[in-house]
Design a protein around this ligand. Structure first.
Ligand SMILES: Nc1ncnc2c1ncn2[C@@H]1O[C@H](COP(=O)(O)OP(=O)(O)O)[C@@H](O)[C@H]1O
Ligand SMILES: [Mg+2]
Length: 264
């Protein structure tokens, strides 16, 4: 695929043909975010269809984290709109957006370091109406299940600060799982994982996507992008340059040159 084609299709392909029947959960339209003179997000239009894993790739500073912040209400757009299940998110606070079913992780994880693994998960559950509807016993069963899925069962009573790096990454994911959110926004969740942890991580996300969770993930490791993505969106200097299958995006020589820092 040539660059001219991918660029021209960037907005036309907001809903790829093979996903045409899928429900669109999140709709981003002509989104802009300026920081002073810097245009961090520029006219971005894209959809996140239900049950699809979309990877957001692009060089450092492309605007990936900013796009997440605009979706979650941590930043206010300069212009443009974001709709969730048909409802505009304009003016809605981050904690409300989280309650509406959009959960995210941060690059720096933001765990409660002095709390145990179980407490880190329970604090998420306590914020959702699920716990109140289902009762404490059901919540404890769900925690046990999540700990098994993330292989943290034997760390249940350890403090987050005492966990190994990969375990902290899985705890961050466990917190997302506990949120019962429909959309997961994951900011570099797999960076620095060893190969075995990485395989487990991919299997876990695939499993949740199969159950209907929609996932948008910022990822640098192209191996992970290829293994995990149904769809790749390529951002550069705030612009959505292309979106499509990982093969189409990653074999584009122009995009590869941008990705690897050679703009000549
Ligand atoms: N709160 C902010 N204030 C000013 N500039 C910011 C802020 N957040 C991000 N930026 C700038 O916006 C650009 C995009 O940043 P970011 O979204 O973090 O990129 P990425 O996650 O793709 O590496 C960068 O140039 C960054 O320095
Ligand atoms: Mg970032």
């Amino acid at each position: 695929m040539t660059t001219a084609t991918t660029s021209a299709n960037a907005t036309d392909h907001a809903q790829p043909a093979h996903q045409a029947s899928q429900e669109i959960l999140l709709e981003i339209r002509a989104l802009n975010k300026n920081f002073g003179g810097l245009q961090a997000i520029s006219e971005v239009t894209m959809d996140l269809p239900a049950g699809v894993i979309t990877t957001l790739v692009g060089p450092n500073g492309a605007g990936k984290t900013t796009l997440f912040n605009l979706i979650t209400g941590h930043l206010v757009p300069t212009s443009g709109t974001v709709h969730w299940l048909g409802k505009p998110l304009k003016g809605i606070e981050p904690w409300q957006i989280a309650r509406m079913g959009i959960a995210r992780t941060f690059q720096d994880l933001r765990l409660f370091n002095q709390m145990t693994v179980e407490e880190n998960i329970m604090t998420v559950m306590e914020r959702s109406s699920w716990l109140w509807q289902s009762g404490k016993e059901a919540a404890e069963r769900r925690v046990t299940e999540i700990l098994e899925e993330t292989q943290l069962s034997d760390k249940r009573n350890e403090r987050a600060v005492d966990l190994a790096y990969a375990e902290r990454k899985f705890l961050s994911l466990a917190r997302i799982m506990a949120s019962e959110a429909k959309l997961w926004l994951l900011d570099e969740p797999a960076s620095g994982l060893d190969p075995r942890s990485f395989e487990r991580f991919v299997a876990l996300l695939r499993n949740y996507a199969k159950r209907g969770i929609t996932i948008c993930i910022i990822e640098h490791n192209l191996d992970i992008v290829i293994k995990l993505s149904d769809r790749v969106a390529f951002l550069d200097q705030g612009k959505l340059l292309a979106q499509g299958s990982s093969q189409d995006i990653l074999k584009d020589p122009h995009l590869a040159a941008i990705y690897f820092g050679d703009r000549s």
